[in-house]
Design a protein around this ligand. Structure first.
Ligand SMILES: O=C(O)CCC(=O)C(=O)O
Ligand SMILES: [Fe+2]
Length: 266
């Protein structure tokens, strides 16, 4: 019998893409079958060792997450429809009694204001504040901090713990500052980290784009305050960088001239 065609990817809208540009992350809650997350947790519990990059082959169930139309739709919206799953993937188990990780950005310090790689972190359990959620700092995908200094930062005002419902996939810009936090609970917290890469630069919006709606939403969204650092020169720089990322995603090859946001500071 012929296989049923895959349901179409559920693309993001302008407002969701704008929010990603500003914050550096987007949460997807795919509608997974009842009992699915529990099955994944049981499969993790049955592993004799962490399979590293082999986890996708060893746990074919995970295809249902990363091939889910809501997950694929969000990834295609941010990376283009020809995006690829990266060969690097990892099961991050945060055991009871762990210590917090230092703030860090994954990968090497090659920073830009485009969207070439994202993390897709899938949480098969509901993560409570005690279970050592991943902490993210909104907006920091634009902040190019030296990695050694980052390690010395502690709690930041405006940091967001990813206390999420079971089945959530957190899609984050690869450069966002993040850290695992200490697990005070009695249970291990599991997270499956997959990477996705863009293959080609955007020529046109790859999400569900409505030019009129986007033109209305963009000025408000791109000036939104994230975190609670207060207005400072970093913010003013960030406004331009956000606009640059948004323009790039739209497929416009127009750099934002320095001082483009000057009038808003008056
Ligand atoms: O386990 C987590 O919540 C995050 C882990 C992480 O970011 C890492 O090990 O690079
Ligand atoms: Fe990390």
């Amino acid at each position: 019998m012929a296989e049923a065609p895959a349901p179409p990817a559920r693309l993001l809208g302008d407002d969701e893409v704008l929010a990603f540009v500003v914050r550096g992350y987007h949460l997807v809650r795919p509608e997974l079958p009842p009992g699915f997350n529990e099955q994944v947790c049981a499969a993790i519990g049955a592993l004799s060792a962490n399979p590293g990059n082999g986890i996708y082959e060893q746990m074919p169930l995970l295809r249902q997450v990363y091939e889910h139309p809501q997950v694929c739709g969000a990834l295609a919206s941010l990376l283009g429809s020809d995006y690829r799953m990266n060969g690097h993937r990892h099961l991050h188990t945060n055991p009871p009694g762990s210590r917090s990780q230092g703030w860090h950005q994954d990968g090497t310090n090659v920073r830009h204001h485009q969207v070439w790689t994202v993390l897709g972190m899938y949480y098969p359990q509901t993560v409570t504040p005690e279970m050592g959620p991943t902490m993210v700092m909104p907006g920091t995908h634009f902040r190019n901090a030296p990695t050694d200094r980052l390690q010395t930062y502690a709690n930041l005002r405006g940091q967001v713990p990813l206390t999420v419902e079971a089945g959530t996939v957190a899609i984050t810009h690869y450069d966002i500052w993040h850290a695992a936090t200490l697990n005070r609970s009695a249970r291990p917290r599991h997270m499956l980290k997959f990477l996705f890469d863009r293959v080609s630069p955007p020529r046109a919006p790859s999400w569900s784009h409505d030019p009129a709606e986007a033109a209305k939403a963009a000025p408000r969204r791109l000036h939104e305050m994230v975190g609670t650092q207060g207005y400072c020169s970093d913010y003013y720089k960030e406004w331009e960088l956000r606009q640059e990322m948004w323009n790039w995603l739209l497929g416009l090859d127009a750099p934002v001239p320095p001082g483009a946001f000057k009038d808003m500071l008056a």
